[in-house]
Write a protein that binds this ligand. Structure first.
Ligand SMILES: NC(=O)c1ccc[n+]([C@@H]2O[C@H](COP(=O)([O-])OP(=O)(O)OC[C@H]3O[C@@H](n4cnc5c(N)ncnc54)[C@H](O)[C@@H]3O)[C@@H](O)[C@H]2O)c1
Length: 257
């Protein structure tokens, strides 16, 4: 019995190794010979597309020939971004939506379907950021969790998905969309320009990357660091990637170095 089980496990291990070798070659091939997806005529629904990174993503996707639906809690700003897109000769429509409200999301999907058709690309961008971390009020923490997590789940749940969906998870460094947060955190490396972050995000979607770090070399750095013991990773983080300037009078957080 034990011999039989061991052989089965060994067989599974061998199968996994063979599959992994194939996947590694596929990924290497994709890295060098990737074909950008053609999104002309596709419908992109961008939550939080009125401002910041979302606005940049809308503009970039429109330039690539997408029709744009902006869903934002700030309808006035969403209309303004739509006008900007239409002014460049592309198609865009704004919708007022709170991504934490399931009923509003269901209604949004029906409205978008009736006005523009089936959504091809969903960008879950609406989000709240804090510049206080643990000193944030309970209400704000709850709001952040709702918008940043629940909002994404509700949006995914409501979509009338086709058989095969591809996901791209975007992990950006600080972007100059939130001057208040950047001023407060005072990051050691300069924050990203919104256009660069938006272009990299869209590029990742076109390449069908599963994870996009912006800037891109950050991923290589993180993966490289992961091979070292945690204490070494922490030392590098604290001394090289340190994000908090302790001479910042607004910064009350106390980190033990
Ligand atoms: N700015 C950065 O440095 C940075 C870094 C990493 C990740 N991000 C993430 O990128 C995304 C965009 O960030 P940003 O800097 O462009 O933010 P932003 O504040 O400039 O824009 C966020 C947009 O989301 C909308 N929104 C907020 N709550 C909403 C709700 N409940 N329903 C619908 N719309 C809502 C806002 O009206 C706004 O248009 C966020 O998810 C943020 O967490 C930003």
């Amino acid at each position: 019995m034990i011999v039989q089980q061991s052989l089965l496990i060994l067989w599974d291990v061998l199968k996994t190794i063979f599959v992994s070798i194939g996947l590694i070659f596929t990924e290497i091939k994709r890295l060098f010979f990737y074909k950008r997806k053609d999104v002309r005529g596709k419908l992109a629904l961008v939550t939080g597309g009125a401002n910041g990174l979302g606005r940049g993503i809308c503009l970039r996707l429109a330039e690539l020939g997408c029709r744009i639906a902006i869903a934002d809690i700030n309808l006035k700003a969403a209309e303004k971004t739509c006008e900007e897109i239409r002014g460049k000769g592309y198609k865009a429509k704004a919708y007022k939506i709170d991504v934490t409200n399931a009923d509003e999301i269901t209604k949004l999907r029906d409205d978008v379907f009736n006005d523009l058709g089936t959504v091809d690309i969903l960008i879950n961008n609406a989000g709240l950021m804090s510049n206080k971390n643990l000193e944030e009020t309970s209400e704000n923490i709850e709001a952040m969790l709702k918008v940043n997590i629940l909002g994404v789940i509700l949006n995914l749940r409501t979509e009338k998905w086709r058989k095969k969906i591809k996901t791209t998870c975007v992990c950006p460094y600080y972007i100059k969309t939130r001057e208040d947060v950047i001023d407060f955190l005072n990051p050691k490396f300069p924050a990203l320009e919104m256009e660069d972050a938006a272009n990299e995000t869209v590029e990742g979607i076109l390449r069908e990357d599963r994870v996009v770090t912006i800037p891109r070399h950050q991923m290589a750095l993180c993966k490289f660091l992961n091979i070292f013991p945690l204490s070494v990773q922490e030392a590098v983080r604290d001394r090289i990637l340190k994000e908090y300037e302790f001479n910042n009078p607004n910064c009350k957080l106390n980190f033990d170095f």
